[in-house]
Design a binder for this molecule. Structure first.
Ligand code: SF4
Length: 629
């Protein structure tokens, strides 16, 4: 059956080879679009197809894929998002990150669904996408500049209003958790996509797009968007809490749940949380709430420090993850210093979560006498010493001394430091956690063990999964898996998880938005006639492609694990005080079973792959000597 795309999609894939400087376009295959929907679906499948199994994440054969979704750049709420994928230099396995801002919307309006970037340029360059005109331009004069400076320089050289995704010194210096920064303060933060850009000597991607996104039934689409908007504006969470506090409200929620990150994931409740929470930020430093493209929820913060030691600090932030990593995680209650750390990370292009976490890690080593001179670099790494924290952010970005050790991530750092340091490295697959402690909310935080990109919360991020700990394991895992599929859908559509699948007063409202309004919006945009079940199946297909990606790299059940800090040490404080993560093995068994994965190895079973029309992946795995049951 031939499939015709009548709107939503731009219909074009832009391809760039940085080594040969060749630029060309291809048509988007409608069957591919129907099967993978867009965004993360496209990046994950193309990552599987294009990145060789033997590739070095920082070598020329790694491939960067950026993709928007069918709703990106339309009038749908919060539809400015895109996914960037590549093999992760932090974990060595599957990597991707999702970003807001305006770049995604403008890329679609320039006429592209996907940008594939291969090879390595011999010298620094940036990409200038101006509707149909695409150029690789010299960026030697920008190398060494931070994200803000780079963005300004690119705008000067291109056009007013150009949207820019850029790396800072972190990416240039191949810090393995460097971020790609979008429109200055929006981070494609996790898994080191900025370092992959740096390895390709690609300093920035500048985009101007002036076209209107085609829609199959513009009138119906508008009706649906109006209804969606109305729900968002009148809901106390998407139209209230998100606007007032952004994600900083999670400090309160996670304190109530007893899962705050305290002193390198050694707490549960932070004793001085009122000094770093959303109320403190709003009272002292918040300038305004900001929003990405077509967003009324405006969860982004813009903050400024007017006086004191950090006067002049100005940053788009902080997010909850930044407060948890640089604040309670480092036992640092100086909020102005957290904003300064956030500003530095954004300018250097560093993931704030990973940066704060590796610093908390060495602070704990320092406390236990494991990190001593000369490796300590003359720093007093006592808990809460924010001068040392800020100093280390600099050293990491420029790979100086101890910063050079930490710039490779917590696992290589622990190996280099030795003396039992690995016991304090709280990570999964080489990535540190985003904030919540797994010992509280055990079922929900099982997500860390099985996320393809490491200790990550965004594959399953839904309030509907907060209260599953009382259920029998198989039932709990089945409920959690339901959220995995639902939460994947906004990533495919090119929309934001928060207004779509996370923030709503009731679960029923979330379900209505996700499984009734959203499929209809997709159909009105594209002219395809899909059902909610089709979308859920597409989500499951993408989850399995990502699983197969890591399976091909040799990952098995033993890599789906949690650190001993959580499986062996009791949670020290809070309502879940004394809890140990003791459901890992039964959860894994149930998880594999309901996914149709082999319960011994964790590999997708052949039957499951075939059912999801992934026969070619099943054959590919077997050709690589990976037996499927
Ligand atoms: S909710 Fe926040 S992250 Fe999502 S689109 Fe709006 S401002 Fe951006």
């Amino acid at each position: 059956m031939s499939i015709e795309l009548k709107g939503g999609y731009a219909g074009t894939v832009l391809r760039i080879d940085l080594a040969s400087k060749k630029i060309w376009t291809e048509s988007l295959d409608p069957a591919f679009a129907r099967a993978y929907v867009g965004g993360r679906g496209f990046t994950s499948r193309l990552g599987y197809d294009l990145v060789p199994r033997t590739s070095d994440p920082l070598g020329p054969d790694n491939v960067v894929v950026l993709a928007v979704g069918p709703l990106t750049g339309t009038s749908a709420p919060s539809s400015g998002r895109f996914t960037v994928g590549a093999r992760s230099p932090l974990t060595g396995v599957f990597g991707d990150a999702n970003a807001g801002g305006f770049c995604g919307a403008v890329l679609k309006r320039a006429g592209y669904d996907i940008v594939i970037i291969e090879g390595r340029s011999p010298q620094p360059v940036y990409l200038w996408i101006d509707d149909d005109q695409v150029e690789i331009r010299d960026a030697r004069h920008m190398w060494g500049k931070d994200v803000n400076e780079t963005t300004e320089m690119v705008r000067e050289e291109t056009a007013r209003g150009t949207r820019v995704a850029a790396i800072g010194q972190g990416g240039e210096n191949l810090v393995r958790f460097a971020a790609l920064m979008v429109d200055i303060d929006h981070a494609a933060g996790r898994s080191g996509m900025g370092a992959v850009m740096g390895s390709k000597r690609l300093k920035a991607i500048a985009v101007r797009g002036t076209r209107r996104v085609a829609l199959y039934d513009r009138g119906r689409f508008k009706e649906l968007v109006d209804e969606f908007d109305q729900i968002l504006r009148t809901d106390s969470r998407s139209g209230g809490e998100l606007l007032e506090f952004g994600t900083t409200a999670l400090v309160d929620h996670h304190t109530a749940a007893g899962c705050m990150n305290v002193r390198n994931y050694n707490g549960g409740v932070y004793e001085r949380k009122e000094k770093i929470d959303g109320a403190a930020l709003n009272a002292q430093y918040l300038v305004r709430a900001d929003g990405c493209y077509r967003c009324t929820c405006k969860c982004d913060r813009y903050s400024r420090v007017e006086e004191g030691e950090f006067a002049g600090t100005e940053v788009g932030g902080p997010e909850y993850g930044t407060l948890a990593a640089f604040g309670s995680g480092c036992d640092n209650d100086n909020l102005a210093s957290i904003l300064k750390a956030n500003e530095l990370c954004n300018r250097y292009g560093l993931d704030t979560i990973e940066t704060g976490n590796v610093i908390a890690f060495v602070m704990e080593l320092y406390e236990h006498g494991i990190l001593a001179e000369p490796l300590a670099d003359g720093l007093d790494l006592s808990w809460g010493n924010y001068h040392a924290i800020l100093d280390l952010v600099d050293r990491i970005a420029f790979r100086r001394g101890l910063g050079d050790v930490l710039a490779d991530g917590v696992v290589p750092a622990a190996e280099k430091i030795g003396s039992g340091a690995e016991r304090y490295a709280v990570h999964v697959k080489g990535m540190t956690p985003p904030g919540p402690d797994a010992r509280a909310l055990k079922v929900y935080n099982f997500r860390y063990a099985v996320s393809p990109r490491g200790c990550d919360h965004l594959r399953i991020s839904a309030p509907g999964a907060y209260s599953l700990d009382h259920l029998p394991i198989l039932e709990a895992a089945t409920e959690l898996r339901k959220w995995e599929n639902i939460v994947t859908i906004p990533d495919l559509m090119g929309t934001c998880k928060f207004p779509y699948s996370y923030y709503a007063e009731t679960i029923e409202r979330t379900m209505y938005k996700m499984l009734e309004l959203l499929p209809e919006m997709y159909n009105a945009a594209t002219g395809l006639a899909i059902t909610a079940d089709d979308l859920l199946e597409a989500a499951e297909r993408v989850v399995n492609v990502e699983r197969a990606y890591n399976t091909r790299l040799g990952l098995t059940s033993e890599h789906d694990t949690l650190p001993p800090r959580w499986t062996e040490d009791p949670l020290p404080s809070g309502p879940k005080s004394g809890a140990v993560y003791d459901i890992l093995e039964p959860m894994k068994e149930a998880w594999y079973k309901i996914h149709g994965w082999d319960t011994a190895t964790g590999r997708p079973r052949r039957e499951k792959l075939v059912k999801l029309q992934l026969d070619d992946i099943a054959e590919d795995l077997e050709q690589h000597g990976i037996p499927l049951t």
